[in-house]
Design a binder for this molecule. Structure first.
Ligand SMILES: Cc1ncc(COP(=O)(O)O)c(C=O)c1O
Length: 422
């Protein structure tokens, strides 16, 4: 499509957008009495208006029924989390039984590594991307130390090439092949938090499996943002948070995936608790653990219903819209933002550079030359919510649920004014 950097053109795209009506289903912060242009859905998604209804329902059931709510609430609490599995499975390309929700992301990655990082004398190495999200680095380092191994020896980071801003799939695969039968685990962020790159999860997974390693993905920036086919790609395990593209509220519960080949097994190494044992016999308070037949076997505690409620509310919107429609809009909206950035860049003589490769979801990371921080402050003061990453990067994530094409045009105008005012 031939884009134009005009308000009329942006409005025409909004007019044709079948998802435009979903804008009204979210709350927006205001600056100078106007809805902000919100680019930080990659950090914390906006609040869907139906979230309060779902939370209030739980609060009311708690007030009216107290402990009886476990079995007699409108949506009984003892199996409340099960309602999330089917819609979530569609978001990540899994079977319903392969998906569940519990804890938070870093906790879930640790718990999954109990099952999927089983180092031996020979096979003990982990491959991850260089400068992985810090929590993932700490998680991997502490896992390695926990097993009495040396971090420097056990953790192998895939580097970007000199002068490049992205990782090459061939470099990831050749490192996997080089380490071969010493490789215990590949664990990478499916979409990198800094440059917005989508890894070729299918090829990397296949390569890791070929050398006999487990392959897992941190999907914090991928779930609800890019196409995922976890089951078909034969991924062993994955986990993601729900507060970014999944719009479920700050610090909210994490979803996770375990491939069906590991389900319904008693002998798998796993930390266990009462919510993972068969629900039919759970309240008989028996001594032995009988795993649930689905990913719920990894559940430890009874679910935090008040956090799972807004996640369910958000998933209702994902169900209505479907990933296909979201991805279609995401591609067009991000391409339009890219076009606007390129247009402004031409007009103001190259004061920034997009460092996100073409393999991307909705995030564009922009490296600002010169006085980047003051430009970022200008944007924030003028109603553009974005975020700053050292040394000089702003991340722009136009999410298809609630960002409009007009937002992209208006952002371009504010950006240009900000650059010219310096
Ligand atoms: C890629 C990635 N991994 C892990 C985390 C940590 O998430 P949590 O605080 O929910 O454990 C984040 C948080 O933003 C993240 O972006």
């Amino acid at each position: 499509m031939q884009f134009l950097n005009t308000l009329a053109f942006a409005r025409q795209l909004d007019y044709k957008d079948s998802l435009a009506k979903y804008r009204d289903k979210f709350f927006y912060p205001q600056t100078n009495g106007k809805d902000v242009i919100y680019f930080t859905g990659n950090s914390l998604g906006l609040q869907p208006k139906n979230a309060q209804e779902y939370v209030n329902e739980v609060m009311k059931d708690w007030a009216d029924l107290a402990v009886e709510g476990h079995f007699y609430a409108n949506k009984p609490w003892w199996d409340y989390h099960e309602r999330l599995a089917t819609p979530l499975a569609k978001v990540v390309g899994a079977k319903t039984e392969e998906v569940s929700v519990m804890n938070t992301l870093t906790v879930n990655l640790h718990l999954l590594l109990v099952s999927f990082y089983r180092p031996t004398k020979k096979r003990f190495k982990i491959i991850c991307e260089e400068k992985a999200f810090p929590s993932d680095q700490y998680m991997l380092q502490s896992q390695v130390r926990f097993h009495g191994l040396d971090e420097e020896e056990a953790i192998v980071e895939i580097k970007k090439r000199q002068g490049e801003h992205f990782w090459r799939t061939e470099d990831v695969i050749s490192k996997i092949e080089e380490i071969g039968d010493e490789l215990a685990l590949v664990l990478i962020g499916g979409v990198n938090y800094y440059n917005g790159q989508v890894f070729d999860m299918e090829s990397v997974t296949a390569s890791g499996k070929r050398v006999g390693a487990y392959v897992g993905w941190d999907l914090a920036h991928a779930a609800g943002n890019v196409e995922l086919k976890l089951h078909d790609w034969d991924v062993d395990f994955a986990a993601w948070c729900s507060y970014k593209y999944m719009n479920s509220g700050p610090g909210n519960a994490s979803g996770f995936f375990v491939h069906e080949r590991y389900l319904n097994k008693k002998d798998i190494p796993r930390f266990e608790g009462w919510w993972g044992t068969k629900k039919e016999t759970r309240f008989l308070m028996k001594r032995e653990f009988e795993p649930m037949e689905n990913a719920d076997a990894w559940q430890l505690s009874n679910a935090p219903i008040l956090s799972v409620a807004p996640y369910l509310a958000s998933l209702q919107l994902f169900e209505e819209v479907g990933m296909h429609a979201l991805l279609e809009k995401q591609k067009l909206l991000t391409s339009y933002l890219e076009f606007i950035l390129e247009e402004i860049d031409k007009q103001v003589e190259s004061s920034f550079e997009i460092i996100t490769p073409k393999e991307r979801g909705c995030q564009l990371s922009v490296f600002l030359h010169g006085e980047g921080r003051s430009l970022f402050d200008y944007l924030m003061k003028n109603g553009v919510i974005t975020d700053w990453r050292e040394p000089n990067v702003i991340r722009l994530a136009p999410t298809p649920f609630y960002c409009s094409f007009e937002d992209m045009f208006r952002f371009g105008e504010i950006l240009k004014a900000g650059i010219l005012s310096k």
